[in-house]
Unconditional design. Structure first.
Ligand code: NAP
Ligand code: 2RA
Length: 382
């Protein structure tokens, strides 16, 4: 082994974090994931394409379709010409990845898109016009008034609006986990203001960023130069207070997405949101320190009780060392939104603080899309 012992430790830590994704977590998922409908007994089947099938989100979509027994008849993995011809596995069979530029979307009833905003801008309207309902993971359509932006635990009724343009938008990962945790508190006590700081994993940037963190970590432990390409500065052993592009108001676009998307999903433009988003050297799982000011006083005990029965939420909140959720050990490879550190804000009479952690690729992207698809077929396409 050419690595120093220290690197082995880091490499093992990385593998544990990454490796969780492939682990046998199915019994856990069945226990905790809000499966809005049981798909296993469905007789009707659907032709489904996954655009971005070779990416971090697309690969996870494919495995979740399988895990949840989504009723797929014909399956079409799509990507760019770069990876057309390569293989992906679905339900024990190898499928050839097809070039989206040559694909006839009239072959599908459902399209799960995660190949970037410009790709969705080009192909989602074409797919919808061909009769394929698109569930889009990119930021392309999220703010369009006639396109629903959906988190099934929060606003499943909005899916009905898909008929207007044949497209349903999946929110950004940092927004999804926050609104899943906040919805039960909002329903009980109202929310006037949210202050949130995020600690987002590199998988949120895609496969190249996962590789960049791995490679920088290896470089540091083997005394080689650290090269950065995906991020503007070294991410290994560092924190970057910057995600997506800077806007004129000094916030980044990732931060403004949290403002715009929260108001749209909660259907309440009066909720004030003040985010700071940061990238941390974690492979999978975003964490968020969320501070809210409710309209009516809600105690920490009341909030904990509401969260304990909220769909999609697991409360892990013991006031002792380790009694809280973390991205690598609890969230990576799992489906729930974990909430811990629930406490009353000592600086505000109606303030509550909490720590919210979830797998950004699963609930933050792929799982949320497939939960939307489950409702779509059960309530609208059957
Ligand atoms: P990724 O790992 O970099 O994968 C990108 C995928 O898009 C690959 O399959 C790639 O195919 C495909 N692609 C790129 N350009 C294409 C083109 N011109 N035509 C067709 N396919 C193309 O990225 P990712 O993390 O999966 O993210 C994909 C999208 O999901 C992004 O819009 C991202 O913002 C969104 N999203 C990601 C997360 C997350 O946590 N990662 C969360 C929410 C939303 P090739 O193999 O052919 O290059
Ligand atoms: C990130 N929220 O973590 C984004 C993923 N689209 O960068």
């Amino acid at each position: 082994m050419r690595f120093a012992h220290g690197l082995n430790v880091i490499a093992c830590a990385a593998i544990v974090n990454c490796g969780n994704r492939a682990g046998a977590v199915l019994p856990y998922l069945v226990l905790f994931t809000p499966k809005f409908f049981d798909m296993s007994g469905m007789s009707k089947t659907y032709d489904v394409c996954v655009l971005g099938a070779t990416g971090a989100v697309g690969e996870t979509m494919i495995s979740i379709l399988q895990e949840r027994s989504f009723p797929v008849r014909n399956f079409y993995p799509l990507a760019s010409s770069r990876s057309a011809g390569t293989k992906v596995e679905f339900r024990g069979r190898d499928y050839t990845v097809l070039d989206v530029a040559k694909f006839d979307f009239s072959q599908c009833q459902i399209g799960l898109f995660s190949a970037g905003a410009s790709v969705s801008a080009e192909y989602a309207p074409k797919a919808a016009a061909a009769g394929c309902v698109v569930i889009d993971n990119t930021s392309q359509f999220r703010q369009d008034k006639d396109i629903p932006l959906v988190v099934p635990e929060v606003n499943p009724h909005a899916i009905a609006q898909y008929k207007q343009r044949g497209i349903i938008a999946n929110p950004n990962c940092s927004t999804i986990q926050m609104v899943v945790a906040l919805k039960p508190l909002y329903d009980e006590a109202g929310i006037e203001r949210i202050n949130v700081a995020t600690y987002q994993s590199v998988s949120g940037t895609g496969k190249e960023a996962i590789e960049e963190l791995s490679e920088q970590t290896r470089a540091i432990f083997t005394h080689r130069d650290v090269v950065h390409d995906v991020y503007p500065k070294q991410i290994a052993f560092n924190v970057l207070p910057h995600i997506d592009v800077f806007m004129d108001n000094g916030y980044t676009k990732e931060e403004m997405k949290m403002v715009w998307e929260t108001q749209k999903i909660m259907e309440d433009d009066s909720i004030l949101v003040n985010p700071t988003t940061a990238r941390v050297p974690v492979f999978y799982g975003h964490s968020e320190a969320v501070h809210i000011e409710t309209t009516h006083k809600l105690s920490a005990a009341q909030a904990r009780a509401l969260l304990e029965k909220a769909p999609g939420v697991v409360v892990m909140d013991e006031r002792k060392p380790g009694g809280y959720p973390t991205p690598a050990l609890e969230a990576a490879g799992k489906d729930p939104v974990y909430v811990g550190r629930i406490r009353e804000d000592i600086s505000h009479p109606r303030g509550l603080d909490m720590w919210v952690v979830s797998d950004n690729i699963r609930k933050g992207a792929a799982l949320n899309s497939i939960q939307i698809a489950e409702i779509l077929i059960e309530k609208y396409l059957s």
